[in-house]
Design a protein around this ligand. Structure first.
Ligand SMILES: [Zn+2]
Ligand SMILES: [Zn+2]
Length: 197
């Protein structure tokens, strides 16, 4: 790495990734310590004022840290570890305060997610691979975030769903799997043709 003197008016020191503790040399990602999913999945179940208050706390800069993009992408969505983050003492106090203020919502969210995972027998809603934690998604993106319209998928599928909703991706995944099976069946009794003379 070449050591260049960068013009950096805002921060003299390189920011440190809150997840791994190493300096971030390029591409800072802002990470919400208490996931935004917690307020999003509560919108249907709270009255407006309560919802707004929850959203305000979770979207506040007090709830954000700087991280590497890859560290942020690889963390487990619903595991919140305020105490292991590489942050200053004052920052940690702020994060803890936010955590305490919204804890009942976090616990309810995690409980709902656990129940859903159990209902899916610990497997990805799309590919049926076993999941430890998984990503919570809507089945149909046109419908609201309710637990009836929720599913948990594995990280792999989540990367592949992209802009499609899970419902249509699942359909696509299933028919591709069927095609593969069919092809395997028809290919198996390989007729051995003698080479043409
Ligand atoms: Zn990192
Ligand atoms: Zn999957």
């Amino acid at each position: 790495m070449t050591k260049e003197i960068k013009k950096d008016d805002a921060a003299p020191a390189e920011p440190v990734c809150a997840i791994c503790g190493k300096p971030i040399t390029n591409g800072v990602t802002i990470d919400h310590v208490i996931p935004q999913a917690i307020y999003k999945w509560n919108e249907k179940y709270l009255d407006k004022a309560e919802f707004r208050e929850l959203r305000r706390r979770i979207t506040s800069p007090r709830n954000t840290v700087k991280t590497h993009r890859h560290c942020n992408e690889h963390k487990e969505e619903s595991i919140i570890r305020v105490d292991t983050l590489h942050v200053s003492r004052t920052k940690r106090a702020k994060l803890r305060a936010t955590y305490t203020a919204v804890e009942p919502y976090i616990l309810a969210f995690l409980e709902n997610k656990d129940k859903l995972r159990e209902r899916q027998q610990g497997r990805c809603y799309v590919c049926h691979a076993p999941i430890k934690n998984g990503v919570l998604r809507r089945i149909d993106d046109e419908l609201e975030r309710t637990w009836d319209n929720a599913c948990i998928i594995c990280h792999r599928c989540n990367c592949k769903v992209k802009s499609a909703d899970v419902k249509s991706y699942r359909k696509h995944f299933r028919s591709a799997a069927r095609r593969r099976r069919r092809r395997a069946k028809t290919v198996q009794p390989a007729e051995v043709k003698p080479p043409e003379a």
